[in-house]
Design a protein around this ligand. Structure first.
Ligand SMILES: Nc1ncnc2c1ncn2[C@@H]1O[C@H](COP(=O)(O)OP(=O)(O)OP(=O)(O)O)[C@@H](O)[C@H]1O
Ligand SMILES: [Mg+2]
Length: 289
């Protein structure tokens, strides 16, 4: 079970996040990024955060610690922003909290070096959970004290939106050509050899047990929260064994840093460019911007 804390102060919204997560202080003196049950994305996003976040941690990946946060919407009464007010009003009760990493920076693939083995672990993990939200457009990785941290696992396990088709959906390949770590030459096979044997039925059952009952009740077609937990285990377990064979990485691309436009616009062309302007990386061009 995740530890439970109570929110005592709403600090500020994080406007970069589509679900409008907020920073809150809790009664354990901790500061958390809070993801709200009342957000438009729904409670399945929170279930995905717990299962994938805990699974990542158990596999040795850096994911900030998770807690559940009791919210009394009254703490937002002084909040001037109506959108935030509405969100807090709709989210009384249990919400998700993630340890806030103060001073962290968004991951920049042009500024960060990572070896193919480490990149392979992250890509393999994202393939397992079918994460469609770690692209170069939106890396959902932070750099904190010099190390990369994985955040935002809400857009994963697409199969939980349609349980009758879950087995077929979980058997599908993973397209990693847009993945923020694709240009690092990730060694997905090495990661699978290391990590797949650790994704056992026992481990998956334990991480599914961390999801609070109230986010699993009333799931159509299931006979209570434990049956839903079982469905997550049954989708992930076979996928762990073979997904590395079905990862598409695309062509390996250059990650060489390019000069910013303001430096080159009116100046002598930079040695790597053919014209005067900044040149985007091959990877970005491929992305069809
Ligand atoms: N644990 C954390 N510590 C520090 N900052 C964080 C943390 N988690 C999230 N953030 C910041 O808040 C932003 C939004 O968080 P997150 O991506 O989890 O929200 P989201 O609503 O799911 O976003 P998205 O629009 O990507 O779906 C992040 O891009 C990051 O800048
Ligand atoms: Mg995000």
């Amino acid at each position: 079970m995740l530890s439970e804390v109570t929110a005592i102060r709403y600090v500020t919204p994080l406007r970069e996040g589509g679900s409008l997560p907020g920073i809150v202080e809790a009664d354990d003196l901790g500061t958390y990024v809070m993801k709200f049950t009342g957000a438009g994305q729904g409670r399945k996003t929170l279930v995905a955060e717990v299962i994938c976040g805990r699974l990542g941690q158990r596999l040795g990946l850096r994911v900030p610690d998770l807690v559940t946060i009791q919210l009394d919407p009254v703490i937002g009464l002084g909040e001037p922003d109506q959108e935030v007010q509405e969100l807090l009003k709709a989210s009384g009760g249990l919400n998700l909290g993630m340890d806030y990493l103060p001073g962290s920076l968004g991951f920049d693939p042009l500024a960060y070096e990572m070896d193919p083995v480490e990149a392979g672990r992250v890509v393999w993990f994202d393939a397992l959970i079918n994460n469609v939200d770690r692209s170069w457009r939106n890396p959902n990785m932070l750099v904190w004290h010099g190390e990369p941290w994985l955040i935002d696992h809400g857009a994963t396990m697409i199969w939980h939106h349609n349980w009758p088709g879950a087995q077929a959906s979980a058997a599908k390949p993973y397209d990693a050509s847009d993945h923020v770590l694709a240009p690092y030459g990730p060694d997905v096979a090495a990661a699978a050899a290391e990590l797949a044997p650790r994704v056992t039925e026992g481990l998956l059952t334990e991480v599914a047990a961390d999801v609070p009952d109230e986010w699993l009740v009333d799931e159509p077609g299931f006979d209570g929260p434990d049956a839903v937990r079982r469905a997550y285990v049954e989708a992930l377990l076979p996928r762990a064994a073979t997904i590395h064979e079905r990862v598409t990485l695309g062509r390996r691309t250059e990650r060489k840093a390019q000069p910013p436009g303001w430096l080159t616009e009116h100046a002598t062309p930079w040695p790597h460019t053919t014209g005067g302007g900044a040149v985007r990386s091959e990877h970005q061009k491929d992305g069809g911007e």
